[in-house]
Design a protein around this ligand. Sequence first.
Ligand SMILES: Nc1ncnc2c1ncn2[C@@H]1O[C@H](COP(=O)(O)OP(=O)(O)OP(=O)(O)O)[C@@H](O)[C@H]1O
Ligand SMILES: [Mg+2]
Length: 496
Amino acid sequence: MPKGSILVVDDEAEIREGLEALLTSESFDVTLAETGAAGLQRLEDRPFDLMLLDVSLPDRNGLDMLREIRLRDPHLSIILITAYGSIDMARAAFKSGAQDYITKPWSNDELIAQISLAIEGRRLREENVQLKRALKQRYNFPNIAGKSEKMLAVLDLVAQVAPSRSTVLISGESGTGKELIAKAIHAASSRADKAFIPINTGSIPVDLLESQLFGHLKGAFTSAIASKKGLFEVADQGTIFFDEISTISPETQAKLLRVIQEREFMRLGGTETIKVDVRILAASNEDLRQLVREGRFREDLFHRLNVISIHLPPLRERKEDIPLLIGRFLGQFCRENGKPLRVFTQGAMKVAMDYDWPGNVRELENAVERAVVLSNDPTMDADLLPESVRTSEIAKGVRLELSEFLPPAPGESGHRAAEPAPTLFEILEEVERRILIEMLERTKGNQTEAAELLQIPLSTLNQKIKRLGVETRRRSGAGRVAPSTGGESTEILPGK
Ligand SMILES: Nc1ncnc2c1ncn2[C@@H]1O[C@H](COP(=O)(O)OP(=O)(O)OP(=O)(O)O)[C@@H](O)[C@H]1O
Ligand SMILES: [Mg+2]
């Protein structure tokens, strides 16, 4: 099967034929066109994955042609062929929607790499569009990326509860998208054109929070020099989103309960009851049920809030969403930073997939933004990911050959046949010892860092080092770690 279909538009026969030979030998399906007009005609005839376009065609200006093609097929990947590389040219090309450009004469390897990348980029963009379309058909949540079963179940629930005015409690670890979901509920409700007011209760002192929520009359407290409307009044007919609801004080909990039950409240220092129609959404990354058990959160308020609960699973439980989120964030941050679209290499994608993302989508979003800002090439390798993401990969990268540790199979004669076979306990100790040696090697003997990589307390690491007889001699310069049995090799540790 061809790796992709490529249309080559160039007026020089030598270049056309050279490219045809090269691309065909790399299993691409190649079509040639001599003029801009012929190129456009080929595009009408059939779809292509990629176009190699000479910018200086006799019958057309390459950049004008680019724009024309973009109108017909916004997703076609285009690589421009220029006679000379100039920054202005490149800038103009990116602006008119080219993915990349090459300068004559080029290196074939580089060209093939660029082409493969651009075709992959197109596939991702199309997949993204299709997914968006599929989601849109089900619901319209343009800001939420997700195709995992767990995320689709969340969206099902959002679509179901949005039209009602029920209170919804959104739970999930930090950075899983709780506020995003709250906004989606508001946007999909009949209140969409009214206010959505998020309030982070954790960051506001009690008195101030109450005055913000309920408003106050002049003189209600020392600094109340004028009367002020509270957010409940401002949000009338709209939605209020309580972020970190677990942090509100017992007094405020009682007042909030009253608003939810009676749909009325009083301003601080006031006597008049004010009626409002506000939908309440709340989020917490703490287990409210547990707080209720501990007597730190009112049970009645919990039940009022928890009429409907939506739990956002952590990113590590829906890893199939990672590439989609990365694609989304790459598009966003490349646009914001005025850079042409970048893609992750397979290596970088693998590191991202292997990592557990304790900070969830927010951590991933920040990592992609950082990578885009730091990147100079259209492909972004794992070295652009934050160290914390990469080092956890290092810790996983210890490869052990199991067969080395296993006793020979019955009948198999080996040099170890004469020795007694090791017990499972001995095998596990050996594995542990090797991992410690490897980690100390990688951290150049820094035990604190090694303990961090292995996610064990430093004291535990020290005990293990002693018990397993791993010597942590720091050599000057190389800083290598040698096993206690001595010798130059740090790879293989002789059995005790
Ligand atoms: N499914 C998603 N698709 C696209 N962007 C997402 C998704 N989930 C989260 N994000 C983005 O990740 C960031 C964190 O999301 P959000 O603020 O909603 O998380 P949170 O659960 O409220 O976090 P915290 O508990 O720290 O307040 C935001 O920039 C949000 O837009
Ligand atoms: Mg939040």
